[in-house]
Design a protein around this ligand. Structure first.
Ligand SMILES: [Zn+2]
Length: 340
């Protein structure tokens, strides 16, 4: 099959489009023909070696496609079925996994991080990862869902316990995870204050349902939040940006507010004044991906049309390098998808 692999870490030039042997499914696995694989910021970390993925390596976490072969021990699936893949790997037999807390499993990882991912024509995965999609749902749309909607759902619902009436600040509403978060927060009738970096992205965030938009390059986030909330602050801050916004994020919280974070795109080292945290009784929560139960739950809302994936642009798989370069310029609004 054709696959995009890295043999060394580095810039987009290390992505090689090459022929490799087809994967063979184990008896407990399903072989899927990849129709679409969406990019995430993780693909850049993987390519650069930040995650120390084993080499040579196929990146790609968000896969949609068609079943071509079902392992002997697998029931309930047939070839030709249209599916998406849960974007994570886990042991499926430890105490955490069997309790439905797969993202606390010692072996938990993102698909395409420690194991080969979906930037290729065929991928073999355990049956537990395989989820059917409706016939009406396009492959590019399906591939744009799993990682970001699962992450946003676990952060807002699983971790920060979002409730109707909450006011939520969502940073980087133009990012994949931000687009998902705005929609999840609106599904729960929260008031959403979103940030974006230019007029076009601000307009797109408004169309997704954000009630207020802050230009995070031209306006001071905490000042705008104070103005919008009549000096109250927000109940929840949805963080994934890290160093460049952390101080403003903490200042935007109301007393006893909750900051939940899943990333540090601009850098992981943030200064925290502990006096500010304890005197204002703030909660700072970490969040990593989510559980299988949460993925099935969020997909119900996606398949019923209440949550909508946003596809920015599709590239042929052989142009993975151009797709990475495009993502690094941060001009997109929505997901970038590769088509084998
Ligand atoms: Zn486990």
């Amino acid at each position: 099959m054709k696959a995009v692999r890295i043999h060394e870490y580095g810039g987009p030039e290390v992505l090689r489009y090459e022929d490799i042997p087809d994967p063979r499914p184990r008896k407990d696995q399903v072989l899927v023909r990849v129709k679409a694989c969406a990019l995430n910021h993780l693909d850049i970390w993987v390519r650069m070696g930040t995650t120390k993925s084993p080499l040579p390596h196929i990146p790609g976490s968000d896969v949609a496609g068609e079943i071509v072969e079902v392992g002997e021990y697998v029931t309930g699936f047939q070839s030709g079925q249209r599916v998406l893949l849960a974007p994570m790997t886990f042991c499926n037999h430890c105490a955490a996994c069997t309790d439905g807390r797969q993202n606390q499993c010692a072996e938990y990882s993102v698909l395409g991080n420690r194991t080969d991912g979906g930037d290729c024509e065929l991928i073999a995965v355990p049956a537990v990862n395989v989820i059917p999609i409706p016939d009406s749902f396009g492959f590019n749309e399906a591939a744009s869902v799993p990682l970001v909607f699962l992450t946003a759902w676990h952060m807002l619902i699983g971790r920060a316990a979002l409730r109707p009436g909450h006011v939520v600040l969502i940073l980087g509403a133009n990012s994949g995870v931000g687009i998902a978060a705005v929609q999840v927060a609106k599904l729960f009738n929260a008031t959403v204050i979103a940030t974006a970096g230019d007029e076009r992205k601000m307009q797109r965030a408004r169309e997704l349902g954000a009630d207020h938009i802050i230009n995070h390059y031209q306006q001071k986030i905490s000042d705008e939040v104070r103005r919008i909330t009549s000096k109250q602050g927000v109940d929840i801050v949805f963080e994934h940006v890290g160093k460049s916004t952390w101080g403003e994020s903490l200042k935007a919280l109301k007393p006893a507010g909750t900051l939940v974070t899943c990333g540090a795109t601009t850098g992981p080292d943030v200064g925290i004044d502990l006096r500010f945290v304890y005197s204002r009784q703030l909660s700072i929560l970490g969040s990593y991906m989510g559980t299988m139960g949460e993925l099935h739950e969020v997909l119900k809302h996606v398949f019923s049309g209440k949550l909508k994936p946003v596809v920015d642009r599709a590239f042929p798989l052989k142009d993975a390098r151009a797709a990475h370069e495009y993502m690094e310029k941060s001009q997109m609004f929505g997901k970038i998808v590769l088509n084998p």
